[in-house]
Write a protein of this length. Structure first.
Length: 334
């Protein structure tokens, strides 16, 4: 009887110890990435980079996207991640001010939060990883100036396609472009917002080009129209090919589908962004912060806010590459 009682007590103690050990097991660290919307192919290389970093570094990564590019939907995604208790979050903000509060709440909850692609510069996020968007816009303006340096036209009229109005990346690119062309004979005469919607971007470009066939140039602050095939843009194609010497196009972004547009001479200059690097580096450096290590490649980069004030933003600049009609085949060969 005593022996049976002893065995029973041992079983209870062992079971209790196992339960205690199981309860004390450290929670698996999770890093969530929140793009601007689900299905936006612009972010596919960033998702690939995120997954590669998760595999290489042995951390669970989550791709958590709102169904539409709306700030409130991103807020809801962020609140769910705070409730879940993830270790880190990287977000591309649909609007800097609308996301500032929930970013700060996540940081207060002990979550390492960073931004990529589109920043919320006045929030408590740890750093921004992505393109220096003002510089990308400025380079785009310089490219437009280069394309028209031998033109005898007194006035070059540019139509500008933007994404989500108020998004920090878009506003910075527009400001950079306009600063670059300031004082020249190049001026922006139209701005159309597609809200990061590919179909809407095509409609905007087609409708404006049809109604204004004498427009001189397009500046695309993002490459949304080039996700489709050229056949989806007959008015744009007709306009560009009617006068390739005087009709010019500068765009942000290069996608695999962009090659067909280059083949037809429908893009003159494209500023490629390193989205894969954005995906990889943000996961790697969130882990560095969690492990008490320094953030790699971090530097303070000057940014101008909407009110004209200047702030220094802790950033990882992932860089850009200029792809031209003259050398695009080498780019796609690589």
């Amino acid at each position: 009887m005593k022996r049976l009682l002893l065995v029973t007590m041992l079983v209870v103690l062992v079971a209790g110890g196992l339960l205690f050990a199981g309860g004390a097991k450290e929670k698996e660290r999770e890093i969530a990435v929140v793009p601007q919307q689900l299905g936006n192919v612009v972010f596919l290389p960033a998702e690939e980079g995120m997954k590669a970093a998760g595999k290489d570094l042995g951390v669970k990564v989550l791709w958590e996207a709102p169904p539409k590019a709306e700030a409130q939907l991103q807020v809801e995604v962020m609140e769910g991640l705070i409730e879940r208790g993830v270790a880190g979050i990287a977000i591309s903000c649909n609007h800097p001010d609308a996301l500032q509060g929930v970013i700060n709440r996540a940081v207060a909850a002990g979550i390492v939060v960073t931004t990529f692609d589109a920043d919320s510069p006045l929030s408590d996020r740890a750093f921004f990883a992505g393109t220096n968007n003002y510089q990308a816009g400025y380079i785009s303006g310089q490219e437009m100036l280069r394309l028209y340096k031998d033109s005898n036209k007194a006035r070059i009229r540019v139509a500008l396609l933007e994404g989500i109005p108020g998004a920090f990346d878009i506003e910075s690119r527009k400001r950079g472009f306009k600063d670059a062309i300031a004082g020249s004979n190049i001026e922006v005469v139209y701005e159309g917002a597609c809200d990061d919607d590919v179909d809407k971007s095509v409609i905007i470009v087609e409708d404006y080009t049809r109604a204004n066939p004498n427009i001189d140039a397009w500046f695309m602050a993002g490459g949304w129209p080039y996700i489709v095939q050229p056949g989806a843009m007959p008015e744009y194609t007709k306009w560009k090919q009617a006068d390739p010497v005087n009709h010019k196009v500068v765009t942000l972004d290069v996608f695999p589908s962009s090659e067909a547009f280059f083949d037809l001479g429908l893009i003159d200059s494209a500023i490629d962004q390193a989205f894969y690097q954005m995906g990889y580096l943000r996961v790697k450096n969130i882990l560095n912060i969690l492990d008490g290590k320094p953030v790699e490649g971090l530097e303070d980069i000057e940014n101008e806010l909407d009110d004209g004030s200047i702030i220094m933003v802790p950033s990882i600049d992932t860089g850009t590459k200029i792809v031209l009609l003259e050398n695009y085949k080498d780019y796609f060969k690589d």
